[in-house]
Design a protein around this ligand. Structure first.
Ligand SMILES: [Zn+2]
Length: 128
């Protein structure tokens, strides 16, 4: 399933910061997002399309300054290799609307060993 919103629709729907991060692959500054130290329980949804992306059960404090998860919800995200900024990274995108969410690294905790490093502005927490 994909949304068919045009670029103009996204500009109208999103704040300037949300647009910059989600649609232009920007990154919010570390320790400035609203969720990096959030411990509330619930489901994190995509800011753009509302899809369920991460469960707070898989969130942990990585010390990076961004919300970090060791596992996304089933069929929630896609990944793509990203060689921008002279770095080899793996980009994480919303499977439903291709919103840029963040990057995934292989230095996370068990059981997955993965660290999904996600921008707060890409997420909207629905508390339990
Ligand atoms: Zn989405």
């Amino acid at each position: 399933m994909t949304t068919n919103k045009t670029d103009k629709n996204w500009r109208e729907k999103l704040s300037a910061e949300e647009y910059r991060v989600c649609r232009e692959k920007g990154t919010e500054r570390a320790f400035t997002g609203k969720y990096y130290d959030c411990k509330d329980e619930g489901i994190y949804h995509c800011t753009c399309c509302g899809a369920s992306l991460f469960n707070s059960d898989t969130k942990y404090d990585s010390g990076s300054g961004w919300p970090s998860f060791w596992e996304p919800m089933p069929d929630a995200v896609t990944t793509e290799s990203d060689n921008s900024l002279g770095m080899r990274r793996t980009e994480v995108l919303c499977q439903q609307c291709d919103a840029h969410l963040g990057h995934v690294f292989e230095d996370g905790p068990q059981p997955t060993g993965l660290r999904y490093c996600i921008n707060s502005v890409s997420l909207k927490l629905n508390k339990k």
